[in-house]
Design a protein around this ligand. Structure first.
Ligand code: FAD
Length: 461
């Protein structure tokens, strides 16, 4: 099917607070977030340079069998790999729901492509490559160019100095009016603290470096975590390992014990301690002798290039202070972040965040004053604290994501998130929890697929 995109959702034109302006904007990263940010900025009339340290677009979706030199990720001087994908990965969202609103992620009429609703990772990379070609984004990207420093220009307020380094070793420093950070947040491992770990003789690895199950053959594995990847990886490994013991914080809701369908996998509460003789004790007093601990414990936000004199910080995995997870009030609108929220449908959210940023930078949309933005941030942090939410959950959205998306859509004068998309997300999440092995191939929301396809007709000719 040939799809001709008309990427213009109707955008009303509220009175501009200042004359419309075009700015010279740097985007850091050419993953899904950086790509859509580039087109939203260009569409708004800005001039755009996308810096990408890799040699192609796609970020996380560029699979590599390579792993880092330190598999647990403690050594700051280790060789770095960007993507955390494992070979067997299929999406955990249905494609209709996952794709950009302006470029539906529909199956291609091509025998080499993967037509499944929850396709393998290669299909997502192909989709992002198609998107890049369709909107001619390549011409904006400087590949193999890593941003190594971002700081305000001292003499000239509201200008940013970006130092970049090409793979050839050549450095360059340039001045931009604004910077949008789209560097992803699934690369820097977060590891569980475990009592006695320095004495424990076994191996440790973070899921960032998990690719294939083979190295786990005949091993006794303790896997920490209960996220979507933990669920996939534990099942991948159970096919070859001697035993898989899953230690999860959320085990209270479920029952410890055998995992249905497997005779070599058990669920436990968190690890209590580990010991010199190789034993791993769980909080309920049970223990195993394990060969390897695999941490599927998530990632840290990491902006090694960003110098803001302490205005923006990462504290217990909260990036802040940020107005609506995007703008640091004291540096708005010239510094912004796309893609920080997690437990979300990422691509449509990136699209709305970047539309908002592009319109604010051109003066088409106005931000509240710095004081008002700070008040909003403080009120948000207080509400998290009052509900007992740890700081590290600041950007965890889950059920509030659609309200957030609709807030962004309203700022930009775009239609709210489609009903079918919300329902499809909710239905697929429920199905995933109920049947983690089969949810990708066994689903019943055909009526939502039909609604999605009808909606996509608006974008196809
Ligand atoms: P990334 O894709 O990580 O891209 C960031 C880019 O920035 C990279 O290309 C990187 O090279 C570049 N970069 C970083 N630092 C610099 C620098 N200093 N200078 C220049 N370039 C730099 N999402 C879904 O929608 N569906 C799924 O099924 C799904 N499954 C996932 C499974 C796993 C295992 C993981 C880790 C994530 C999954 N996600 C999924 C979320 C996924 O991260 C998003 O879909 C999306 O790829 C994030 O895009 P991004 O552009 O924010 O970051």
């Amino acid at each position: 099917t040939t799809i001709q995109m008309q990427c213009h959702l109707p955008i009303p034109q509220p009175p501009a607070p200042h004359p419309l302006t075009s700015r010279h904007v740097a985007v850091i990263g050419a993953g899904a977030a950086g790509l859509v940010t580039a087109i939203e900025l260009r569409r708004e009339g800005h001039s755009v340079v996308v810096f990408e340290r890799g040699d192609q677009v796609g970020g996380t979706w560029v699979y590599t069998p390579k792993i880092e030199s330190d598999p647990i990720g403690f050594d700051p001087a280790r060789s770095k790999i960007h993507s955390s994908l494992y070979k067997s990965l299929r999406t955990n969202l249905p494609r209709e729901c996952m794709g950009f609103r302006c470029y539906p992620f529909v199956a291609k009429d091509d025998p080499d492509r993967d037509p499944r609703r929850y396709p393998g990772h290669q299909e997502v990379l192909w989709y992002l490559q198609d998107f890049t070609r369709e909107f001619r984004i390549d011409e904006l990207v400087r590949f193999e160019t890593e941003v190594v420093r971002v700081r305000l220009v001292e003499e000239e307020e509201e200008k940013w100095k970006i130092k970049s380094k090409q793979r050839s070793g050549k450095d360059e420093t340039e001045i931009f009016d604004a910077v949008v950070i789209c560097n992803g947040h699934y690369t820097e491992p977060r590891v569980a603290q475990i009592a006695g770990i320095n004495e424990w003789p076994g191996k440790q690895m973070h899921s960032h470096n998990y690719r294939v199950p083979e190295p786990f053959r005949d091993q006794v594995v303790v896997l920490i975590g209960s996220s979507a990847s933990a669920v996939d990886i534990s099942r991948d490994i159970a096919g070859v390992a001697k035993e898989v013991h899953v230690a999860a914080r959320s085990v209270e809701d479920e029952k410890s014990g055998d995992q249905s369908g497997y005779d070599n996998m058990w669920l436990h509460p968190m690890i209590e301690s580990v010991h010199k003789d190789g034993t791993v004790f769980f909080q309920d007093g049970s223990f195993v002798h394990a060969d390897i601990i695999l941490h599927c414990t998530g990632y840290k936000y990491h902006f090694p290039f960003l110098e803001t004199n302490g205005i923006v910080n990462v504290d217990d995995n909260r990036v802040g202070p940020l107005y609506k997870h995007v703008f640091p009030p004291a540096l708005a609108p010239c510094l912004s972040f796309v893609g920080l929220p997690w437990k979300v449908v990422p691509f449509p959210m990136f699209e709305l965040q970047s539309k908002w940023i592009a319109g604010v930078l051109s003066n088409r949309f106005a931000l509240p004053t710095q004081e008002k933005m700070m008040e909003d941030v403080e009120a948000f942090y207080s509400s998290l604290e009052a509900s007992g939410m740890p700081k590290r959950y600041t950007h965890n959205m889950g059920s509030s994501q659609f309200e957030y998306n609709n807030w962004l859509a309203a700022q930009c004068g775009c239609p709210a998130i489609e009903d079918w998309r919300v329902q499809m997300y909710n239905t697929s999440s429920k199905n995933r929890r109920a049947q983690p092995e089969s949810y990708r191939d066994d689903w019943e929301d055909h009526h939502l697929v039909l609604q999605a396809c009808e909606d996509f007709m608006k974008y196809t000719t």
